[in-house]
Design a protein around this ligand. Structure first.
Ligand code: KIV
Length: 264
């Protein structure tokens, strides 16, 4: 099996080939995802909510992400694995170096961090030290207490312009990938067109280069509030392998996410 790399994702963007990605937290699912063709996997700090049962991502530690990264790497040796830098593990560049070293040594190919232009020095310095970085803008769950809830971001003109500027600054600083979460579809389109790095959306419409879903949302096993952008592919397919195949296919042909999964 060919190994998935960031260069391949960049090639897909140039070829306008859409791609699906998903979160993974353990070896069994990681293996299943890789076998079925999902070979960009995020060990997200969403594990705090969907695996640990916390009510936010804030309690998650670097050691916990490292543990799950090791599990996912064992299951998916050929996948591009992104691992989240959890809350307060990159508040200073020095913290970011130490946290990233732990995650890269656990098997990550790239680290993901949440925030805008204030992170540019950190992104530049991580990249110079051989740590590839994925940015994350829009609804950044680690900032839930600043936002006052899990709310769609970038709705007014000032916030939208700021988000676009942040995205460009992160790319300029060396970020090689960007996640956009819960923003209007039109803003996500603008950002995707403005950047040369691949952009992955979740609740950001279908104009981004790739899509990501929390695996529990894709299989309909999320308790409580189900996000508007989520789709239960398992209910539709009735079989987990077919559900994964359908997710990939619907992203590739741009039928998922539909308007009903997007914000205006
Ligand atoms: O932690 C996570 O799962 C994420 C995705 C929602 C993008 O950051």
């Amino acid at each position: 099996m060919k190994t998935t790399t960031i260069s391949l994702l960049r090639q897909w963007k140039q070829e306008q080939k859409k791609f699906a990605t998903i979160t993974a937290y353990d070896a069994s699912f990681a293996q299943l995802f890789e076998e079925q063709g999902l070979s960009v996997l995020l060990v997200g700090d969403s594990l705090g909510m969907v695996v640990q049962g916390c009510d936010s991502t804030l309690p998650v530690t670097v050691e916990e992400i490292a543990y799950h990264t090791r599990c996912v790497r064992r299951g998916a040796p050929h996948s591009l694995i992104l691992s989240d830098l959890p809350f307060m593990s990159y508040a200073t560049p020095e913290q970011a170096f130490a946290s990233s070293a732990t995650l890269m040594q656990a098997g990550a190919n790239m680290v993901k961090l949440e925030g805008g232009s204030w992170l540019c020095d950190t992104v530049k310095q991580l990249t110079e030290r051989a740590v590839p970085v994925c940015g994350h803008l829009g609804l950044t769950p680690q900032s839930v207490n600043i936002f006052g809830g899990y709310k769609v971001q970038g709705r007014d003109e000032i916030a939208a312009n700021q988000l676009l500027q942040d995205a460009q600054n992160l790319e300029h600083a060396g970020a090689q990938l960007l996640v956009l979460e819960c923003i209007p579809a039109e803003l996500a389109r603008k950002v995707t067109e403005a950047l040369s790095i691949p952009v992955i959306g979740i609740g950001a419409g279908n104009a981004t280069d790739g899509q990501i879903l929390v695996m529990h949302d894709a299989f309909g096993i999320t308790g409580g509030h189900i996000p508007k952008f989520a789709k239960n592919f398992l209910a539709e397919a009735g079989d987990i392998r077919l559900a994964i195949k359908n997710y990939i296919q619907q992203v590739e042909e741009s039928s998922y996410p539909g308007e009903e999964h997007s914000f205006k």
